[in-house]
Design a protein around this ligand. Structure first.
Ligand SMILES: [Ca+2]
Ligand SMILES: [Ca+2]
Length: 285
């Protein structure tokens, strides 16, 4: 059963931080630190040797959980030699593009990957899986914002935490499933709250509305049929009974209620017409 435990709290944004971690100072396996092509920073770069399982592994330490963009500075004269990228043992990009830069001395950045980093040490690793990779100069890490717990809930007996992700002064609410450590907006796009929702206005998107009642071909039940139905079933036709209704759909119930109001209006109009006929008959006598 869903339980919402604490209130949501907005937090102020944190400053951005950018770091460069040289590949030649990281843990290098299989690849070699080299200096023969100019344009690198630090004291060299890593030249991968083997098509699989060569890797460079950086350790990056943060004092709090953050969302960061990471990319890699590299040079590659020919082809496209993608590498696998993982963070804390989880593959975040199975095949990150390292398209050729046209020359071993032309150094550029890969595309950025947005990752979640934990408080403490983070292991960021690139690994060859099919081609031996370009020459990698360094890893760049840009902390884009804090990830701050804003509330927790129990859902299907699992503890999960709501986080506020704030960047450049823009705070937005995201959902982090602690088990998978992945962030998404809501759970399958659903906001669930056990309690009361207070709002100034509520919009429920509908693509069905009850205008069909006024269609010429609409099968309007006679009031005597409705009477029989109520006596047998104890509720209006087309409206769920107490036993049938558990979660009330606000949108579809609005349509059903309007349908009943429109049916009533049709009956009232008919009755008024009959009433006029009867009145006329009485006055003409
Ligand atoms: Ca190489
Ligand atoms: Ca370097």
């Amino acid at each position: 059963m869903f339980k919402f435990i604490t209130a949501l709290l907005l937090v102020p944004s944190l400053l951005l931080a950018s770091s460069i971690l040289e590949a030649e100072n990281a843990t290098v396996s299989g690849g070699q630190v080299a200096t023969n092509y100019a344009g690198y920073t630090g004291t060299g770069y890593v030249d991968f040797q083997n098509k699989s399982d060569d890797y460079v592994e950086w350790t990056y330490t943060t004092s709090s959980s953050v969302v960061a963009d990471i990319d890699f500075r590299y040079a590659l004269a020919y082809g496209d030699r993608p590498l696998e990228v993982s963070v804390n043992g989880v593959v975040v990009a199975p095949s990150l593009d390292f398209p050729n830069t046209g020359s071993w001395t032309k150094w550029v950045f890969t595309q950025k990957i947005s990752v979640s980093l934990i408080s403490g040490d983070n292991i960021i690793k690139i690994r060859t899986t099919s081609l031996n990779g370009g020459n990698v100069d360094y890893l760049r890490i840009e902390e884009m914002g804090s990830v701050v717990p804003a509330g927790v809930e129990f859902f299907n007996d699992t503890l999960r935490t709501w986080y506020v992700y704030s960047d450049s002064g823009n705070a937005s609410l995201n959902f982090m499933n602690i088990n998978s450590n992945k962030m998404s907006l809501g759970q399958n796009g659903t906001l669930r709250i056990e309690g009361t929702i207070k709002a100034e206005e509520l919009f429920v998107t509908r693509d069905v509305w009850a205008d069909y009642v006024f269609n010429k071909n609409y099968a309007l039940q006679s009031l005597s049929d409705v009477d029989k139905y109520i006596k047998t079933h104890g509720h209006l036709p087309g409206i769920p009974s107490k036993d049938e209704i558990s979660d009330l759909s606000v949108g579809s119930m609005q349509v059903k209620l309007l349908e009943k109001v429109e049916e009533l209006t049709l009956h009232m109009i008919r009755l008024e017409k009959e009433n006029i006929v009867l009145k006329n008959k009485l006055t003409s006598k």
